[in-house]
Design a protein around this ligand. Structure first.
Ligand code: S3P
Length: 438
């Protein structure tokens, strides 16, 4: 049990740990190259270490050294080219640990090898996570993939792939990225259309490495002013990918916990620097704005093709809000925090269209509702989200992280903002995404 007591005023400047999504992609895409790529500020967490181990297992040379940035390594990856895995690791068992992004992205690349066979498996939580969402489109491309009733272990054999025109049944950046990576290995063009806008780190990184990739507005039926449009992304086969350096910006999803703590704990002013502010990641900022939270964004210079800047948050009163489908993928990992914020309003906050939360590291509708209710929240689960009746406060108590890193961090922030403190059972899960916290 780790205890988080009510905090005094939070003040200061913070640089969040490097972005987890971009770190996974950087290691994978660097391993596809044939020359050395320097990843500057790679996240030092359990999940991203799994990806480095996986790249080594498929034959890349990976050297990690200490970095000046907090919570980071500097990593040098010398890949063996697009066809490297078949030449260097014709057969391997890959332990993805708890890393859903690695589990979903890597099969896209492996499926297009000329030969070879790989088995991807992981921890107890990963064994419950759906992989049919990636095996379905990969099969349409001609891949040889199988799983155990739609969940890991996932087996993949190298085979000849053809491009497809695929509309994602769920708005998932992981699935989009898997199909795009397979598209690099396939004959002809591969087109992926998303139903709602999802994070576009893969597209940005592939473009920086010289891939032929273009993205256009998918013609969202109802164009809402100021809303990010869904995209249709087209990629062509690539013979080579190359980039000397990939800098990784700070992780907005990790910064979000500090941001929310600043808003909820009285008399706070926190400045978060060098953080990624890619519009496909920062849905929470729009929600905070509607809730009336005093948050300002200062746009800085982009880092490796990713928008970056500083965010300043102060404490202040909050209004209830509604979050629905179009905003969900842009806020997906921050939705537990929306539940917590809702407790500190005097109205009803509703999150809907978020059934995807049921397929995360835990069933995050069930665990957020159980967790917050156990510490005094008036919160009800819905099939596709939750509703919270704000009382302007939270008593405190015990919250079980259920092995889910975002739940562990939620409990910590809730403790700081509560009347009596929160004991987080299984806080070590936070180490999946947050360095030195487990
Ligand atoms: C991620 C995408 C999201 C997110 C996950 C990381 C990524 O998942 O929840 O933590 O790196 O692409 P989905 O794309 O499956 O929604």
């Amino acid at each position: 049990m780790t205890r988080f007591d009510p905090a005094g005023p939070l003040r200061g400047t913070l640089r969040p740990p490097p972005d987890k999504s971009i770190s996974h992609r950087a290691a994978l895409i660097a391993a596809m190259g044939e020359t050395e790529t320097h990843i500057r500020g790679y996240l030092d967490s359990a999940d991203t270490r799994s990806t480095l181990r996986a790249m080594t297992a498929i034959g890349a040379d990976v050297q990690a050294s200490p970095s000046a940035a907090p919570g980071a390594f500097d990593v040098r990856v010398h890949g063996n080219g697009m066809r490297g895995p078949a030449r260097k690791s014709a057969e391997a068992s890959i332990d993805v640990g708890n890393a859903g992004t690695l589990l979903r992205l890597l099969p896209g690349w492996l499926a297009g090898q000329r030969e070879g066979h790989w088995r991807l498996d992981g921890d107890e939580s990963i064994r419950r996570r759906p992989v049919d969402r990636v095996t379905d489109p990969l099969r349409l491309m001609g891949a040889e993939v199988s799983s155990r009733r739609g969940t890991p272990p996932l087996e993949v054999s190298g085979s000849k792939l053809r491009g497809i025109d695929y509309r994602l049944p769920v708005a998932s950046a992981q699935v989009k990225s898997c199909v795009l990576l397979a598209g690099l290995m396939a004959e002809g063009e591969t087109v992926v259309t998303e139903p709602e806008p999802t994070r576009d780190h893969t597209e940005r990184l592939l473009a920086a490495c010289g891939a032929q990739i273009r993205s256009e507005d998918a013609g969202t039926p109802v164009a809402i002013r100021g809303r990010l449009p869904a995209r249709r992304v087209t990629v062509s086969a690539a013979e080579r990918l190359e980039v000397d350096e990939i800098p990784v910006p700070g992780d907005f999803s990790s910064a979000a916990f500090v941001l929310v703590a600043a808003i909820l704990v009285g008399k706070a002013e926190v400045r978060i620097e060098e953080v990624g502010i890619n519009p496909s990641r920062v849905g929470l900022l729009g929600i905070l704005h509607r809730m009336g939270a005093p948050v300002e964004v200062e746009e800085g210079r982009p880092l490796g093709g990713e928008p970056c800047g500083a965010i300043v948050a102060r404490s202040g009163p909050l209004e209830a809000t509604r979050v629905s489908a179009g905003e969900i993928p842009l806020t997906i990992d921050e939705l537990p925090l929306v539940g917590l914020l809702g407790c500190f309003t005097d109205g009803e906050t509703v999150v809907s269209g978020a059934e995807e939360l049921r397929h995360k590291e835990s069933d995050r509708i069930a665990t957020v509702v159980e967790g917050l209710r156990g510490i005094g929240a008036k919160i009800e689960a819905e099939p596709d989200g939750f509703r919270v009746k704000g009382t302007g406060r939270l008593a405190g108590g015990t919250l079980d992280a259920h092995g889910d890193h975002r739940l562990a961090m939620l409990g910590a922030v809730a403790g700081l903002a509560s009347d009596d403190g929160v004991e987080v059972e299984g806080f070590e899960a936070a180490g999946i995404s947050y360095p030195s916290s487990g």
